[in-house]
Design a protein around this ligand. Sequence first.
Ligand code: 3H9
Length: 706
Amino acid sequence: MSCDTPPPTVESALLGNILVLTLNNPPVNALGVEIRRALQAAIESANDNPAVAAILLVGAGRHFCGGADIREFGKTPLAPTLPEVVQRIEASAKPVVAAIQGVALGGGLELALAAHYRLAVGGARLGLPEVLLGLLPGAGGTQRLPRLIGAKAALELMLSARQLSAEEALKWGLVDRLGDSADALAEGLAYTRQLLAEHAGPRRTRDAQALSEQSVQRQAIASARQRATEKSRGLLSPLLIIQAVEAALDQPFEDGLREERRLFQECLASAQRAGLVHAFFAEREVLKAPETRAAAPRAIALVGVVGGGTMGAGIAVAALDAGLQVTLIERDQPALDRGRSNVERVYDTLIDKGRLTLADKAATLARFSASTDYQALAQADLVIEAVFEDMTAKLAVFAELDRVCKAGAVLASNTSYLDINAIAQSISRPADVIGLHFFSPANIMKLLEIVVPAKVAADVVASAFDLAKKLGKVPVRAGVCDGFIGNRILAVYRQAVDAMMEDGASPYQIDEALRDFGYPMGPFQVADLAGGDIGWATRQRKAATRDPRARYVQIADRLCERGWFGQKTGRGYYRYVQGSRSASQDPEVLAIIDAERARAGITPRSFSQPEIIRRYMAAMINEGANVVHEGIALRPLDVDITFIHGYGFPRYRGGPLKYADQYGLPRVLADIREFAEADPLFWQPSPLLVELVERGADFDSLNHLD
Ligand code: 3H9
């Protein structure tokens, strides 16, 4: 029954008069060159084979198809291209049916759109997520989908990268029917047999008529363009997606395809595409820490959280949202009541916004308990300490945990700076101790730094990665040092920023430069949001050990001395209208800065926007290189993911060290040496940066050392 010598990436089987072509390229049937060649050949031979009446496309494994092979982007293209294969499928003289299970994403959905009939089984997810990679659907998607479902719906799918369920896909008109069972092959065969019985011939999406109402479509395009211009903040591909859809409206199909190809190539060649693809793979690479390969995680169902302040409550909510059982510990009843209400407030806000029902809240809180007695943690599988950032307080908590927790419990500290080795050494079971550095608000922010002390057991590290997965977080493995990966680098570029402010740039100008660079907020807006008091306390703690030769900008201290801690006090670098986040520039702050410049004997000079970025990025990259050099981060990509998910670094730039590669490491080093002329103590080139420049290598060369 089977066809002659099936190529390995596409299996062919003739079942009756239906040729089943199974995409078989694990893990997601990505459409690399082998599979494209095989598919093209299989369609050709099916059309020539009189025994074949119809063709059924299915995917082997969990998914129909995850799209084009992202690893090929940026390399020399090999024929046939995906648009050519897809065209060949649509042109087939014999009906082609696609039966979708798992995902049909990007080129995978475009393949299905070129088929003449489509079916999806329960659990399927259909979408065009190319925009997340800085691309546009480049295998006919921008031309076929609008013809099938209209410009408005097509644009919504392409610009949001939203994935539709099988039921939604039916409603939206992406598929023709749903399977009764989860068996895509059986359902697809039944559907194809029915189509043959009805003498249904090829029905080409290119001929679909959903674009016929021109004025409605134009309106949809105009409003999508307006929204994208306002919201996409420097991103290229959303506007090019709209341009391609406009071509679908204005031009004949073949011309539209050519325009799509041209725009796709423009995206493909862009630095944004390279940055976003780097972020995609880096997010998957960070999961591969040595310990996750070496050991299986311990089972975690019962979670204890010590401390019900902002961080502790946020962590409790994150664990509850992941379906875990949570026990919160506080030192006395009033603190416990505050902790409980901090947790409840998160759910009440969702109820107020209509995103949660009272019943949902009650069901979630049924898994939540609170106590002032550490004994309540006796059965906990994992305890996360989230008390005030003070070593004595943390050591006291760990002594209690050592006393009450069962053997094998994972004992974690949510410290952002402190020495986890010292915490681990203070108890009888250092191998169970790990750092879990959450970012505020802990139930929202994606980053989780997993801080690995010297004595920790591999299965404890593996458990932390497993927890991150359960919580929907992006984990990054970090070594122990002051500030780990993120806050250590932050401390350095903040100094560069403060120096620029004292030398003549206003905080508002610096914030604007960084927003234009792609950050949602500038560093002074972030400082106001986080609250100046915490940094002030840290600076006071470190005052005694600070290098007396190092430049120390005192402007932040002057604001804190006035009680201006940012948003929560209504004043910081900005002034805030009571109860609102809307900020205005503050002439009094500028006067304080002027006075500080005078006190330090500095004649202010002007800074251009490019110079602000050069200094900011040079400081960040240099310390990033140090962090990699010292093994605090496993690879440069761990630094990149830390900054994308914890510090608002623009994703389309791929992270600070990807940016450095694109900017050019010799240029970064030259910048640092130029800045060092005025402040050689601060601007000391990282040995790793120097070495990479000498070798003519880049950071990316250190990302693939397996
Ligand atoms: C496109 O299609 C352009 C076209 O319009 C035009 C072309 C001309 N390629 O996420 P997972 C790897 S653009 C290569 O852990 P899951 C992934 O790196 C594409 N590799 O699994 C990982 O590798 P490793 C549009 C891919 O089950 C492994 O597969 N498509 C691709 O949680 C498992 O991935 C997309 O943007 C790929 N396309 O989720 C879809 N996809 O094991 C992107 C995955 O070495 N992919 N890999 O770390 C996804 O969203 C998810 O991977 C998916 C599976 C939902 C498919």
